[in-house]
Design a binder for this molecule. Structure first.
Ligand code: ADP
Length: 566
């Protein structure tokens, strides 16, 4: 029992001894691995002996331990004698477990053959090859394996250096993907380029066709056409221009057109052309062009419209000149005829009116009622006829430049009042509202101004058959008095508004057929122009119109009055 107890205690202390020795050994190995020691003193029982490490190059060992590559030494059997921590980390195993294993246990089955043949070669000659490793987590690691033989005391060994190619391979893979994407993008770009080229080709062709089309059109219309730049310089004429004027391209360049305009029309043409360029509004003028073949001048109607880009800037102007010589001659003939006819009509009309008055006053009381009614009706018709003949006479006087009359100070407020009273008498079914708060004096001709006002009021009645209300008012407008005649009738479109002051112009309207010859507004405009005033209209189709007349003011004074209703 005593014997057994001693043995047990001895065993315990031996065990402790061994454990301490093992710890020391581990520390020593670690110190050797990390290059902390180059030599060891080993107690072999009897005495101490110094062992210098064969590969005791500290720098070398530190380097191996720290380097980024895996470093392994194997013997002929393929057993791992040495491994650095990096390799252990690559195969995801603790370092102490790696040493003593067969290196090929880290080679996947599929690569074994390749690895074996590489090993075989490596014992004879140093070599290098890409190979795959499999780690403890069954992950595949692509590596570059360099093999070098070593002469060690224990015999020859093989040093294996493994460079992890995972990042490189991934980068290669990414590069490959990017390259493929690049190739796709490249081919798409090429396709797009081809499409673009074909579009450009088509467009060029279209442009060519449209230019040819334009040239063909321009050269085959009877009018002269041109285009000019925003500063007015001409940059194109069609064939008709050269044929009519007889000018060459060089002679026509820039401001060459002035050579063919009649000298009496030149200044006016210039002024209008420049103001159109400045304002960007349509240029329109009648003037005479010299014909190259016989030197005669023919009237032309010129019209140029600006062409704008998306920003609204004028790119160029397109103009036409239409020969209106024949129409002008026709018009002149018509005016001549109107002048003669109205003159010839005036005399019998005056005597007819006189005779009617005589009949009316002859034995007035003895006349049966029915005859009196006939006479009254005949008088109405004769008045209308006289009105028409007077208008015709006025038109021909205007044409001849002979519409003349005396100017005196006129009380416009009074005139408006008289006209509204007249209108209320003539059109009893209509309501006339006269708004005035001031008395306005202008310089003018009372009869002619009354003619204008009555014409506007007559029109307001004529063109508002449903809404029977007309407002007439006079008010201050800048330095003028503005007389407005407002109705709530059929109104006018934009196109119509532009043309109603032309001679003989009437709106073609099948729905609202009214009598008239289209002279009233033409004469009115002429009279107002003679008064240095302005006539105009604001109107909305279907809603009504406001015709206004502006006359330069001589005087204005306040009157206390309220609107008159008639
Ligand atoms: P007309 O004898 O035809 O009335 P005007 O010269 O007085 O001749 O008027 C010319 C044209 O203007 C008319 O035919 C008519 O179409 C239009 N017009 C004139 N006044 C008005 C108005 N108040 N409302 C609508 N249209 C009008």
């Amino acid at each position: 029992m005593e014997q057994a107890k001693i043995t047990y205690e001895q065993l315990l202390s031996e065990n402790d001894e061994l454990r301490i020795q093992l710890e020391e050994a581990n520390d020593t190995i670690d110190a050797i691995r990390t290059g902390q020691v180059d030599a060891l003193i080993v107690n072999n029982g009897n005495n101490h002996q110094i062992f210098t490490l064969k590969t005791a190059d500290q720098t070398y060992r530190v380097f191996i331990e720290k380097m980024n590559e895996g470093a392994v030494t194997i013997n002929r059997e393929g057993i791992i004698l040495y491994s650095n921590s990096r390799f252990a980390n690559m195969v995801k195993m603790p370092l102490e477990k790696v040493i003593g294993l067969f290196f090929n246990s880290f080679i996947p089955e599929v690569s074994r053959k390749k690895f074996d043949s590489l090993m075989k070669r490596s014992w004879e000659v140093d070599c290098k090859e890409e190979i795959e490793l499999v780690n403890n987590r069954q992950q595949i690691i692509p590596c570059l394996l360099s093999c070098n033989t070593l002469e060690m005391d224990e015999g020859p060994a093989l040093s294996l250096i493994l460079t992890d190619l995972t990042i490189l391979k991934n980068a290669e893979k990414q590069l490959k993907i990017k390259n493929e994407q690049l190739a796709v993008a490249h081919s798409e770009t090429e396709k797009l380029n081809e499409e673009l080229e074909s579009i450009v080709k088509d467009r060029t062709h279209e442009l060519f066709l449209s230019r040819e089309h334009f040239k063909y059109l321009a050269n085959n219309i009877p009018q002269i056409t041109w285009t000019n730049l925003p500063d007015g310089e001409m940059n194109y004429y069609n064939q008709q221009w050269y044929s009519y004027t007889g000018l060459s391209i060089e002679e026509s360049e820039k401001w060459g057109w002035q050579k063919v305009i009649h000298h009496n029309d030149l200044e006016h043409t210039w002024d209008k052309f420049l103001s159109a360029l400045k304002s960007g509004e349509i240029f329109e003028i009648e003037n005479r062009y010299k014909r190259g073949s016989d030197g005669t001048y023919r009237w032309h109607l010129n019209r140029a419209v600006p062409l704008r880009n998306e920003q609204g800037e004028i790119v160029f102007w397109v103009g036409t000149a239409t020969d209106i010589e024949d129409q002008k001659k026709e018009m002149e003939k018509k005016d001549e005829f109107i002048g003669i006819a109205s003159h010839e009509l005036k005399t019998p009309l005056t005597s007819l009116k006189g005779y009617l008055q005589l009949i009316n006053s002859y034995k007035k009381n003895e006349l049966p009622d029915i005859i009196k009614q006939y006479i009254a009706k005949a008088n109405i018709s004769i008045n209308k006829l006289q009105h028409l003949v007077n208008d015709l006479l006025d038109v021909s006087k205007i044409q001849a430049g002979k519409l003349e009359y005396a100017f005196i100070p006129i009380n416009i407020t009074e005139l408006v009042k008289t006209c509204v009273e007249n209108a209320a008498h003539i059109y009893p079914s209509y309501t006339f509202e006269n708004l005035d708060g001031e008395e306005f004096i202008v310089k003018g001709n009372g009869e002619r101004l009354e003619q204008v006002l009555m014409n506007l009021i007559n029109n307001a009645v004529k063109y508002s058959q449903e809404n029977k209300k007309v407002i007439v008012k006079a008010c201050l407008h800048s330095n003028c008095v503005r007389v407005s005649v407002i109705d709530f009738g059929i109104g006018l479109s934009e196109d119509q508004k532009e043309r109603i002051f032309e001679r003989f112009y009437r709106v073609e309207d099948k729905k609202h057929m009214t009598s008239g010859l289209g002279m009233g507004l033409y004469i009115s405009a002429e009279i107002i122009a003679n008064h240095k005033g302005k006539i105009g209209v604001e109107s909305t189709l279907g809603k009504g119109s406001t015709f206004y007349v502006d006359l330069p003011l001589l005087e204005a004074r306040q009157i206390n009055s309220i609107p008159h209703l008639h």
